[in-house]
Design a protein around this ligand. Structure first.
Ligand code: FAD
Ligand code: NAG
Ligand code: NAG
Ligand code: NAG
Length: 509
């Protein structure tokens, strides 16, 4: 046996021990397991946390998930005629491995493929029209922007390549105490500097043309984050990855993952709003003092409280999003961190689009674009218009032509007025409006992200949104918090904030 196969075997063994360790740790003669864990928020972050905490702590611990609104949070659907349509987070990247894993594990499946075609509108006319022919698109791009398009692809791929390292780290049980450390472990100083430069600065420095940035990159940033190319480069790269091919959604609606994770992790949902979390102490055996958390909440039957060993906050602690007061903590924890969330209004319209509004002379029946993005034009009220397909594609489904009444989704920073709607649509049967505080307002240089650890065993997931907000990011933060919680519970400091993981793990192979 060569040294190399030996080390591979050792490596496999290590992997096995990792699984075994969980079983061992749950034996009462080692360390006592936590009895109760609270999670605040049943969006994808909170429900993924329930899943990963169950994985870490085994079947004995009680997991309570508090939800003031509806399970799914920013993953939500609207019911229109006999179908459901996504009104919040809708697309998932093919390399979002946690989301993929959840869907497999829960017996869900990706929604059937439906064709899509993109155009870009500058407030006056369509400045870019995707063709049905791949080769035509490539030639058009080459003609107008040289190799910018290909180079963009390579840049996003290189960021994604480093991003993917997090899955290996997490599989080996490594976790991080801050967003910055997590990003640093993925891509070193280069990755951290992505937080401090705007997407525009990074691309200009990388030799991309201003025309390409304005015409192509800006519309993508606008549709995905409602903001300009002055967002940070990390979230910018995530946004551009959202224009890759192979994007998918969950059959029946993305929020099904959240309810599935709750069910799978045998967590109890408590329909209540958490109002306060405080730290309490009580004397334990042999003169030691143990601390635990009191969660105060208001449910249908009025105010109440419960005690927990571990608490995970899985909702943004920002103005107008969650009002939770923290008491008894030293240093104190603020209810709201600085920084705001960006308003994106999703208006779903069952109606007939006025394609003249898009400055095209085409006949409605010939207009086959499903996604119309926009350039940065101050007099434009909208960020995008998309034709929506149901969350479940029925057999023999055909996308209705633009000449017919169908479901459209308009993203805009402000609610659309009656006159704006009547200019955009020839006819409207019904309109649904959802005002989201959707994702952070991204500014550079970026102030430090809020911490993942608010107190000893009190964790905060949504700090990760300051790097980038996406379903997968919340899932990554959830797994990180579950690992941190497990480490801290067992007073282990190994595998926390380790440097040079990439080289070391490669060395182990
Ligand atoms: C319009 C829109 C489009 C998007 N598009 C995409 C996309 O295409 N792809 C993608 O990956 N991401 C997308 N996102 C981002 C994505 O939806 C979010 O990053 C993700 O869903 C956040 O999940 P979360 O669990 O961290 O937070 P949330 O989903 O916000 O969950 C927090 C939950 O906590 C609850 N809560 C708040 N306060 C309390 C309290 N005091 N007590 C009890 N419960 C409380 C809330 O009701 C909520 O259900 C989009 C978001 C929006 C709004
Ligand atoms: C910006 O939008 C307005 C209103 O839709 C339009 O009249 C104008 O031509 C647009 N500007 C550019 C530069 O396209
Ligand atoms: C980013 O900018 C902030 C504020 O200027 C600074 O404090 C921080 O160190 C910078 N971070 C990096 C990684 O350059
Ligand atoms: C359609 O849009 C065009 C251009 O904005 C506008 O002139 C026209 O009045 C609109 N049509 C309807 C029926 O509102």
């Amino acid at each position: 046996m060569s040294l190399r196969t030996l080390s591979i075997n050792a490596f496999l063994l290590l992997g096995l021990c990792q699984v075994g360790r969980r079983g061992l740790a749950s034996a009462p003669e080692l360390t006592q397991q936590p009895k109760k864990i609270a999670i605040v928020g049943a969006g994808i972050g909170g429900t993924a946390a329930a899943y990963f905490l169950r994985q870490e702590f085994g079947p004995g611990v009680q997991i309570n998930v508090y939800e003031a609104g509806t399970v799914g949070g920013r993953l939500a659907t609207e019911s229109i005629r006999e179908y459901e349509y996504e009104s919040g987070g809708s697309i998932i990247h093919p390399l979002n491995l946690h989301m993929k894993h959840f869907v497999d594990k829960l017996g869900l499946s990706p929604r059937a493929d439906v064709p899509s075609k993109m155009a870009i509108f500058d407030g006056n006319e369509l400045t870019f029209e995707e063709s049905d022919w791949y080769i035509v698109n490539v030639l058009r791009m080459l003609w107008r922007y040289g190799f910018n398009f290909l180079r963009m692809h390579l840049w996003v791929e290189s960021v994604l390549d480093k991003f993917m390292r997090i899955y290996q780290y997490q599989q080996f049980g490594y976790c991080f105490t801050s967003v910055e450390r997590l990003l640093h472990a993925m891509g070193g100083d280069d990755f951290l500097s992505l937080l401090n430069l705007t997407l525009e600065e990074t691309m200009l420095a990388g030799g991309f043309s201003q025309a390409f940035i304005n015409d192509i990159v800006t519309p993508i940033a606008r549709v995905n984050y409602g903001q300009s190319v002055r967002i940070g480069s990390f979230v910018g790269a995530v946004s551009l990855a959202g224009a890759d091919s192979g994007l998918w959604a969950v059959d029946g609606g993305n929020k099904k993952v959240c309810s599935g994770l709750l069910y799978h992790s045998k967590a109890d949902v408590i329909p209540a709003r958490v109002t306060a979390i405080s730290v309490k102490t009580r004397p334990a055996k042999r003169g030691a003092v143990t601390s635990f958390y009191e969660v105060n909440y208001v449910g249908e039957s009025g105010p109440a409280h419960s005690l927990y060993d571990i608490v995970i906050v899985a909702t943004p602690l920002h103005q107008d999003l969650s009002d939770i007061s923290f008491s008894g903590f030293s240093p104190p924890i603020r209810s709201h961190f600085s920084g705001r969330y960006h308003q994106t209004v999703a208006t779903l319209v069952l109606g007939q689009l006025n394609i003249s509004y898009l400055g095209t002379g085409q006949k409605p029946s010939d207009f086959t674009f499903t996604d119309v993005l926009t350039t940065d034009n101050k007099s434009l009220a909208i960020n995008s218009i998309s034709s929506l397909d149901p969350t479940h594609i029925p057999p023999r489904y055909k996308q209705p032509p633009t000449s017919q009444t169908k479901v459209w989704k308009v993203f805009s920073p402000e609610p659309l007025t009656e006159s704006q709607l009547s200019e955009m649509f020839v006819s409207r049967e019904q309109v649904w409006e959802r005002r989201w505080l959707a994702y952070p307002v991204y500014r550079t240089p970026q102030r430090q992200a809020p911490p993942f650890i608010l107190h000893d065993r009190l964790f905060y997931l949504n700090a990760i949104e300051w790097a980038a907000s996406a379903m997968e990011m919340s899932a990554i933060a959830a797994r990180n918090a579950a690992l941190l919680a497990h480490r801290r519970w067992h007073s282990q400091t190994d595998r926390v904030d380790q440097e040079d993981l990439h080289t070391r793990l490669r060395g182990e192979l």
